[in-house]
Design a protein around this ligand. Structure first.
Ligand code: MG
Ligand code: MG
Length: 265
């Protein structure tokens, strides 16, 4: 499925970037609220309801609900599920990890970001996967400057993930973000140094490494949404919205609210 309905990059004005920051921050605060809710026994559908109510209370609209006919506000992907999991009544268990991906449409612009949470205590191997995937995101963000090309982002992410023996998902990629959820350019988490379009001021993208503990191969489930690892090993996913301003990356979303909530747990 080609999710990209634009064929050239739409660079944003400073005023548009400010609205996008608002949209991203609504998602950030939503994830912060969910961070305190996530524990064994809780269901993804419960999280979905909280997220939808909060987003609507902020004069925004859930960004995923109805998009390509997706049925919910959140994509919740547990353990070997990589992305696009549909929230269900399946109770979270001690030791699970869940990627919560959330979108919000605010004043005509989308925010789209994600975090992989630990449910109770997870194994050291899983903790490491989460840490490295978060590092991949940071490393990708650092590459998002006007000295570079789009391919430099994926190159750096891939190097870091593969150094740890992890698989970098190829079938799904980051993307331009703006008045539509998926715009040009595609932002793969793999690639060749110096390849792709030159990065320019006003570029707004969602960078979202999806890193598997084992094989990079993924499979789509019969629900036509959920993507799982082909070997059943866990997968992690972290996403930020990034704008290029004065040659440098500016992260529009934040993990601040999540980190504050987790510190209180
Ligand atoms: Mg997302
Ligand atoms: Mg995205």
């Amino acid at each position: 499925m080609n999710l990209f309905n634009r064929y050239s990059i739409i660079y944003k004005t400073p005023a548009e970037i400010e609205i996008m920051r608002e949209a991203a921050q609504i998602v950030s605060r939503t994830l912060g609220i969910l961070a305190s809710e996530i524990k064994p026994g809780v269901t993804p559908l419960h999280l979905d309801k909280i997220a939808e109510e909060y987003i609507r209370s902020q004069n925004a609209i859930p960004g995923f609900l109805g998009l390509y006919d997706f049925p919910n506000t959140l994509c919740v992907s547990i353990n070997e599920q990589v992305v696009h999991g549909i929230p269900t009544k399946r109770q979270l268990k001690e030791g699970d990890i869940i990627s919560v991906d959330c979108g919000a449409l605010f004043e005509g612009f989308y925010g789209d970001h994600a975090y992989t949470f630990e449910v109770g205590e997870v194994t050291p191997e899983v903790k490491k996967l989460l840490e490295v995937t978060k590092e991949c995101l940071e490393i990708g963000i650092q590459q998002t400057n006007t000295s570079n090309r789009i391919g430099d982002i994926g190159f750096a992410i891939q190097q870091h993930a593969e150094k740890h023996g992890y698989g970098v998902v190829r079938d799904l990629v980051g993307h331009g973000l703006g008045r539509t959820m998926h715009e040009e350019p595609q932002v793969p988490n793999y690639g060749r140094r110096g390849s792709g379009k030159k990065i320019q001021n006003g570029l707004t993208i969602a960078i979202e490494p999806m890193i598997n503990m084992g094989t990079e191969q993924v499979v789509q489930l019969d629900d036509k949404w959920t993507i799982v690892t082909a070997d059943g090993l866990p997968s992690a996913h972290f996403e930020h919205d990034v704008a290029v301003v004065n040659g440098k990356p500016e992260v529009l979303s934040t993990f601040k609210y999540i980190e504050e909530a987790l510190a209180k747990k």
